[in-house]
Design a binder for this molecule. Structure first.
Ligand code: ATP
Length: 277
């Protein structure tokens, strides 16, 4: 079921078109990545979807028919690139202030547990590490039990353990609650968690599909064989089943092999001719 749709969404800043005719379809329960280099138009797109920016043209439809942000604001949670929390207030005060704004059953206790906030609960937000802040930011955005969570570069600047941890929690939440997530990233490997990926460059969607679909369309899997007589051979193949077939056929003649499936890095490189970072 479609939860959010845009048709020909466009944003111009003066003569500069930051977002150029972007059409997205986000289905309920999906995790969707907007992937693209710096300046591609990811944040501008998100800012239009959450009502921070007014589109120059195009339409946004939430659910069956809501087209005005005021009609769906209560259904979304947002984690901005730069936190909106009060640095001087404790984690508890930041969270409880937000909780008071919502009449829905408050789920603060379960968020404290999920995001492991007990040990920092009474600490001022401003004294937290980058990873701790991000956990609080996301927990706060979930207080209203939104149907759809927007995460604008949720893991930029975080170490790999913290990034992994945050994605684990979000994955668990999706399984438990059916939460829909739209996130932006320039970490290609993170887009591999997504159910569907839009690759954006210079304001346009230049490719969209599942991760598998993108890899199939825009990359090749490489199988490299080293033979017992010292020679080697590199071939491109469609899938790993073909690799297994070739390996079993040539088995006795092979001394070593390497199989490298196409990655999102290859997808991006093949589409844009450049690396993302
Ligand atoms: N308020 C603004 N006024 C003028 N130009 C803007 C404004 N906001 C964004 N832009 C321009 O629009 C383009 C898209 O910016 P945007 O922030 O959406 O990119 P992004 O993909 O989110 O990049 P990053 O990954 O660096 O956050 C950029 O060229 C940017 O300079």
């Amino acid at each position: 079921m479609k939860l959010l749709q845009t048709t020909s969404l466009t944003k111009k800043f003066g003569n500069h078109t930051a977002v150029n005719n972007i059409s997205l379809t986000i289905n309920q329960g999906e995790m969707v990545a907007l992937l693209g280099p710096n300046g591609a138009g990811k944040s501008t797109t998100i800012n239009m979807l959450i009502g921070v920016l007014q589109p120059t043209s195009g339409e946004i439809i939430f659910g069956e028919k809501a087209t005005n942000i005021n009609d769906y604001r209560s259904e979304i949670g947002v984690v901005f690139q730069n936190s909106v929390l009060d640095e001087k207030l404790t984690v508890k005060d930041n969270m409880m202030l937000r909780a008071k704004m919502y009449s829905r059953p408050v789920i603060v206790q379960s968020l404290i547990e999920k995001f492991e906030l007990e040990s920092i609960w009474k600490q001022p937000y401003g004294s937290l590490s980058g990873g701790q802040r991000r956990r609080v930011d996301i927990a706060r955005a979930l207080i209203s039990s939104p149907k759809l969570l927007f995460l604008d570069e949720p893991s930029t600047g975080l170490d790999i353990q913290t990034r992994t941890k945050i994605w684990e929690i979000l994955d668990q939440l999706r399984k438990e609650t059916g939460l829909t997530i739209i996130f932006t990233t320039h970490y290609l490997e993170e887009s591999e968690n997504a159910d569907y990926v839009y690759i954006v460059d210079q304001g346009k969607v230049i490719a969209e599909d599942t991760v598998w679909g993108l890899q199939k369309k825009y990359t090749k899997n490489i199988l490299q064989l080293t033979y017992t007589n010292g020679t080697s051979q590199t071939m491109t193949i469609d899938n790993k089943d073909d690799a297994i077939k070739i390996l079993s056929e040539k088995g006795p003649l092979i001394s070593d092999f390497e199989y490298r499936p196409g990655t999102m890095d290859d997808v991006f490189m093949n589409l844009t001719g450049k690396e993302i970072r």
